[in-house]
Write a protein that binds this ligand. Structure first.
Ligand code: GRF
Length: 220
């Protein structure tokens, strides 16, 4: 009998939690060699908390409004993640900036998903930024978190077309479909210990074999 240890995930979310849901689903179906050991939200009304509850996962709200500053909020978040034995911190629509204290507690072990093709359009309302700019392609990026805003080394990206009649909502929905694919993919690559950070670049070991899976949408 082979015993596989699962990568212990702490998922941080502020909103509806559809990315969280895709990770829950793939953990449950056995597609991911990972388990969610804590879902943590800063917003008591986050749909993500309800999704975690429905899935029977440990979940917790630490409201940033209860803290005087970012450092003390982050200290509480880090303590909860450490208590739960989290090995990889997965930001899934977590609308708070991560402080140096948080980064130091999980070096190269915090990842984020951003709904744009970085380095284009970091920050907020990025689907609208892509539309307003007239970009023909948009997409999403999974990256390691560093001390900048959406600047860390890129693990995986997916591309979607921008259509002439797109609205912010229609483009966001098309991007979100890809987010739900590539976030679990990136987590699985880390669970398989295939991901190496080399300066700004991320090398994925055995990528040749997985190349078709890394191009989103896959080449026909
Ligand atoms: C996603 O678009 C993600 O890329 C961004 O916030 C959104 C979260 O959506 N960082 P959800 O809560 O996972 O549905």
């Amino acid at each position: 009998m082979t015993v596989t240890t699962k990568l212990r995930l702490g998922v941080l979310a502020s909103g509806s939690g559809t990315n969280l849901q895709s990770i829950i689903d793939q953990c449950q179906s056995g597609q991911l060699d990972a388990e969610i050991v804590l879902v943590l939200c800063n917003n008591p009304d986050a749909g993500a908390l309800e999704r975690a509850g429905q899935a029977g996962l440990p979940h917790l709200c630490i409201n940033h409004r209860d803290f005087d500053d970012r450092q003390s909020f982050d200290r509480a978040v880090v303590a909860a993640l450490k208590d739960a034995g989290v090995e990889l911190v997965v930001l899934a629509g977590f609308m708070r900036i991560i402080s140096d204290l948080f980064l130091a507690a999980f070096p190269q072990r915090i990842i984020n998903i951003h709904p744009a093709l970085l380095p284009a359009f970091p920050g907020l309302h990025v689907q609208k930024q892509a539309l307003d700019y007239g970009a023909r392609f948009a997409g999403c990026t999974v990256h390691f978190v560093d001390s900048g805003v959406d600047t860390g080394p890129i693990i995986i990206q997916a591309i979607v077309p921008v259509f002439d009649d797109d609205t912010e909502d229609s483009l966001s929905a098309r991007i979100l479909q890809q987010e739900h694919k590539i976030y679990p993919q990136a987590i699985q690559l880390i669970a398989e210990d295939r991901v190496r950070i080399e300066g700004r670049r991320v090398r994925i070991e055995g990528a040749e074999k997985y190349l078709s899976a890394l191009i989103n949408p896959p080449l026909k």
